[in-house]
Design a protein around this ligand. Structure first.
Ligand SMILES: Cc1ncc(COP(=O)(O)O)c(C=O)c1O
Length: 487
């Protein structure tokens, strides 16, 4: 008799999942032993795994052995306490449990009817988070707006750009697509450019306004006004503005209130991208950085960055949900149902690009319930204090300089070129980054500001403590000494 496949036998699940949880718990216990940045060469895995899938089943232990010996060496450990690159992407017990439960239930909640709890929990949890951020009432579900979980900030900006595009085209006529202009800055995340590409906005009409150190790399309202006036004068149609709170390079904060007023007076959709720094705004002392959000049409923060919610979970709020729905809804026969037809429910399929969607609100709900607002605020403050501490260490070493003012938990800094030669300085910092990351003891990343190669030290991994920051600084100092000594 052929062996029967039992892919979802409850007792087998219990046994295997316990093993897997043990494996993951051990991984976290020993995470500091791995080089934080994977040190493998491209193509390493092809050499280690067979060419084709096994005909016969293998045991879980065999697979876990391979994970240990073949997969983990090729993993960059984003949850390592020595991870300081890009921005964090937090995991937590609460987020993990929510993710696990979501995988267990494994429903696909595109319409309310396909799992009413999924839609309703998402509405409730985004209202909770919206209130924690003190977002204006119009963004909450009680009015014309509401929140939705997108996969990423890139999807968030895309869907609102599509809504804005279609809203303006309904007014000016669909043949005007080539005249539409979107605005951001040279610090705006490249997700804006990608959204323009996908939406059919001409690449030349994606205006990235120049920023500089005099305004800490924030958008100048005057420059924006000039650009808009010029575009209008040549017959173009401004339709979208993306401001950022906490830019990717250096955490610059665009002046929301001034930009919002300019957008409003020109009939432009105003989107605020607070993908990273939005989390900090749950603390009363950092809420001021989103002052002016009242003027926005949409606001986004990534709970999967610095908010203990496992990837992916990007929270987007809009003031006018109908604008999104008008752009993104479809109503095929096979999805029709009584609740949707009667307009009694939210069908999140009409607020996003794909049809299918996961039960992502579970993990955010778990994070909010298992930690509570006060703990989450302390979590953010602790990282900001650690970044302050690192900033002090850098400032105390005359060979280095802190570049751009630190606001949240990112410190931008560089090793000063001993001969004041900027080209040399760029190479020196590039070499320092490589040398530090090659030790496997820390992982940091870089950016370029005003033509200068800058090192970024972003605190935000859930396991990072002061001792890790101290040790990271020692690595950077030692590698700097070695580089300067070899000059
Ligand atoms: C300000 C900002 N916006 C957008 C993004 C893109 O995020 P996602 O990967 O969620 O699309 C990032 C990523 O770091 C970011 O820093």
């Amino acid at each position: 008799m052929e062996r029967e496949l039992r892919p979802m036998d409850a007792e087998q699940l219990r046994e295997h999942a316990h093993k897997m949880v043990d494996f993951i718990a051990d991984y976290y216990k020993t995470i500091e032993n791995f080089p934080v940045l994977s040190q493998v060469e491209p193509g390493y895995l092809q050499k280690l795994l067979p060419d084709s899938a096994p005909n016969q089943p293998e045991g879980l232990q065999n697979v876990l052995d391979d994970v240990k010996s073949k997969i983990l060496p090729g993993v960059t450990h984003w949850q390592s306490p020595n991870y300081f690159a890009y921005y964090p992407s937090n995991s937590s017990i609460a987020g993990f449990l929510g993710e696990m439960l979501s995988a267990g239930i494994n429903m696909v909640g595109f319409s309310w009817i396909t799992s009413p709890a999924a839609t309703e929990l998402e509405i409730i949890v985004l209202d909770w988070l919206g209130k924690m951020l003190k977002l204006p009432e119009e963004f909450l579900s009680s009015g014309q707006g509401g929140g939705v979980i997108q996969g990423t900030a890139s999807e968030a900006v895309l869907v609102v750009l599509l809504a804005a595009r279609d809203k303006v085209l309904r007014r000016v006529g669909k043949d005007s697509l080539k005249k539409l202009v979107a605005y951001g800055s040279d610090q705006t995340h490249s997700a804006l450019q990608k959204a323009c590409q996908i939406a059919g906005v001409h690449p030349e009409n994606c205006r990235l306004l120049k920023t500089d150190s005099s305004r800490s790399y924030a958008i100048s309202p005057d420059l924006l006004c000039e650009a808009i006036s010029h575009d209008i004068s040549v017959g173009l149609i401004p339709f979208f503005l993306c401001a950022t709170v906490g830019t990717t390079s250096s955490t610059a904060v665009d002046p929301l209130l001034a930009l919002g007023k300019i957008a409003k007076s020109n009939g432009i959709w105003f989107h605020v991208d607070a993908a990273y720094a939005g989390s900090a705004c749950i603390c009363p002392e950092y809420r001021c950085y989103i002052d002016g959000v009242e003027e926005a049409d949409s606001f986004n923060m990534n709970a999967h960055k610095w908010f203990l919610t496992n990837f992916d979970c990007s929270a987007l709020w809009v003031k006018d949900r109908n604008a999104l729905i008008q752009s993104l809804s479809t109503n095929p026969e096979f999805l029709k149902n009584k609740a949707s037809q009667a307009n009694m429910v939210v069908d999140y399929k009409d607020w996003q690009i794909p049809l299918g969607r996961r039960f992502r609100s579970l993990k955010l709900w778990m994070v909010l319930r298992l930690y509570g607002v006060e703990n989450l605020q302390c979590y953010i403050r602790n990282h900001i204090n650690l970044a302050k501490y690192f900033e002090g260490l850098v400032a105390g070493d005359t060979r280095f300089e802190v570049v751009a003012s630190r606001i949240f938990s990112l410190v931008c800094f560089r090793l000063l070129p001993p001969d004041n030669n900027e080209d040399h300085g760029n190479k020196l910092n590039h070499d320092l980054l490589d040398a530090a990351n090659s030790t496997g003891k820390i992982f940091i990343s870089h950016t370029v500001l005003s033509g200068k190669y800058i090192l970024r030290f972003a605190v935000g991994a859930p396991l990072t403590e002061e001792r890790h920051v101290t040790a990271a600084w020692k690595v950077l100092q030692d590698e700097a000494s070695a580089l300067l000594g070899s000059l």
